[in-house]
Write a protein that binds this ligand. Structure first.
Ligand SMILES: C[S@@+](CC[C@H](N)C(=O)[O-])C[C@H]1O[C@@H](n2cnc3c(N)ncnc32)[C@H](O)[C@@H]1O
Length: 186
């Protein structure tokens, strides 16, 4: 078991909470993780040794994760280089995005940057995610549920989950599920 002292970020517990509820992380998966630093989510996932992660962030990790199933690449989510790079890779079983821009406090600005992230994730999932697989992302905005449901209408189910460990009242994880199987009863 991971010692509390060594946990890299609170996101370790947030993804754990989602995984316990929705059984998302499974053996043998390949995962694309966006906005991965400092590494709490990766740390949780890598406790399962049969999963491969490609982890992306616009900044370099201060304390890089060294694990045979883990690869870090420095890219901005919005760069064309990232698109080119990902197009050269096999598709993923799961995409997790924890990308969030700094909150300015100016509502229209913060909403616009949240929409920009959502739209980018839409682009990525269309060519990066295997059929019938799951996309998870974080938003820090209220009132975007309608937009998200429209953008990701190709998914069978969209769950809006507030973390019980949330730092801000507006933080939510969106779990988009394509496959109706074990998740069907959610
Ligand atoms: C809340 S932190 C993520 C925590 C991380 N998921 C973990 O488990 O430790 C948000 C991350 O998003 C990254 N980020 C913000 N904007 C980005 C962008 N445009 N492209 C790539 N990464 C970005 C930041 O550098 C930061 O590391």
């Amino acid at each position: 078991m991971t010692s509390l002292k060594k946990i890299k970020a609170i996101s370790y517990f947030k993804i754990k909470e989602l995984d316990i509820k929705y059984k998302i992380i499974k053996n043998g998966m390949t995962i694309l993780e966006l906005g991965c630093c400092p590494g709490g989510i990766s740390q949780y996932i890598l406790e399962n040794t049969h999963i491969k992660i490609l982890a992306i962030d616009k900044k370099l990790p201060r304390y890089p994760i060294k694990h045979k199933n883990y690869q870090f690449k420095k890219f901005n989510l919005f760069s064309n280089k990232l698109i080119t790079y990902l197009k050269s890779k096999p598709q993923f079983d799961l995409i997790i995005s924890d990308v969030c821009e700094n909150i300015s406090g100016i509502k229209s600005h913060d909403k616009a940057s949240c929409l920009k992230i959502i739209n980018r994730l839409k682009t990525l999932e269309t060519f990066c995610l295997k059929a019938n697989r799951t996309l998870i992302f974080k938003i820090l905005e209220e009132q975007l549920e309608k937009h998200i449901k429209t953008q990701f209408a190709n998914f069978k189910k969209i769950l809006f989950k507030r973390s019980t460990l949330k730092k801000t009242t507006s933080e939510k994880y969106i779990v988009c599920i394509r496959k109706l199987s074990t998740h069907d009863k959610l």
